[in-house]
Design a protein around this ligand. Structure first.
Ligand SMILES: [Zn+2]
Length: 326
């Protein structure tokens, strides 16, 4: 008897939830049709379908940034200035680069000398020195990578850690999308349809974790040569970069391959436009807030064969058509 009653209760609950969901979808569709056309969200291959392992990290209130000596990171009422970086002695195995920083919060100032890979707490902030890129030819050369979180927002074992740790220690920092940036993967060699996109994505995730200390691939969506859109990092969280711009608020779209050396396909251009149109509608991104990475940092990204589409208004025209914007 008890079981039958609970079955009935579950049944009624499911019916009620379905009804609420149905009414909500109805409202959304109506709003989209009347205000912004019939354009539908493009099909996206979920992260779970290509990954070998799920993303790492933990949600936190923080800021990650790459800076050069004499530059600063501002986070809430904290200022971190990088004073000096001393490269490790190349002759000594296991030797670490050393950084000197100055921390300032209201009237308190302190200078600290630390090794890369270390972490500490100061005035309610957990500060990790992820890496100092001192080798001339390495990606991000000349920049030192920091992650700063409020101690209150992170798990206790991370707050107590004296090491910056690997990708599992990294902060997933929530944000609100306000703009769109187009990138390319900039792979060392061009990609072709013979390649397996899922393998390339797993490679990017693995490299990002090992070499860059990223908790997931750095982009929110990635587009394969045939226009298939893959889900990257959860777009509710800030992406990552090897350059200096702050990716907070950016919806990061990356085209797989190297577009300094290969031409985008028509299917890719369509997929980029579909994704941009969806983001414009979903997050109310103004049309003048759509950038190429090269507009924000010293880089050739998204490559010389993709940049013309940003510059000649191809994407904007396609977005307007899809969303019925005059
Ligand atoms: Zn880029």
């Amino acid at each position: 008897m008890k079981t039958r009653q609970s079955h009935r209760f579950i049944g009624i609950t499911i019916l009620a939830v379905c009804f609420i969901m149905f009414s909500m979808t109805g409202f959304c569709q109506q709003e989209n049709v009347t205000a912004k056309g019939r354009f539908a969200k493009p099909a996206i291959v979920p992260h779970s379908e290509w990954e070998a392992k799920p993303p790492g990290g933990f949600p936190a209130d923080g800021r990650r940034a790459n800076i050069a000596p004499s530059e600063k990171i501002e986070f809430k009422d904290l200022t971190l200035e990088l004073i000096k970086v001393t490269p490790a002695d190349a002759e000594t195995t296991g030797a670490l680069d050393e950084v000197v920083i100055r921390l300032t919060r209201s009237s308190k100032t302190e200078e600290k000398t630390l090794k890369e890979g270390s972490a500490f707490n100061w005035e309610g902030f957990h500060i990790a020195i992820l890496a100092a890129r001192t080798t001339r030819r390495e990606l991000g050369s000349g920049l030192t990578e920091f992650e700063i979180c409020t101690v209150d927002s992170i798990p206790r074992e991370i707050a107590e850690s004296k090491i910056a740790g690997d990708a599992t220690y990294r902060a997933r920092i929530p944000h609100t999308i306000t703009m769109i940036t187009l990138h390319h993967m900039g792979s060392p060699r061009i990609m072709t349809l013979e390649d397996d996109p899922a393998e390339k994505l797993r490679g990017l995730q693995e490299w990002g974790a090992n070499d860059r200390n990223w908790w997931d691939v750095c982009y929110h969506f990635l587009i394969w040569l045939d226009g298939t859109i893959y889900e990257g990092r959860d777009y509710h969280y800030i992406g990552d970069t090897n350059t200096k711009y702050n990716p907070r608020g950016h919806f990061l779209i990356s085209v797989m391959g190297n577009y300094n050396r290969q031409e985008p396909s028509e299917a890719q251009i369509n997929a980029i436009t579909d994704l941009m149109a969806w983001a414009v509608r979903e997050f109310n991104v103004p049309l003048d807030k759509i950038y190429g990475h090269c507009d924000l940092s010293e880089t050739s990204c998204p490559g010389r064969y993709l940049r013309p589409y940003l510059e000649d208004g191809t994407f904007i025209k396609g977005i307007k058509e899809r969303l019925n914007i005059k």
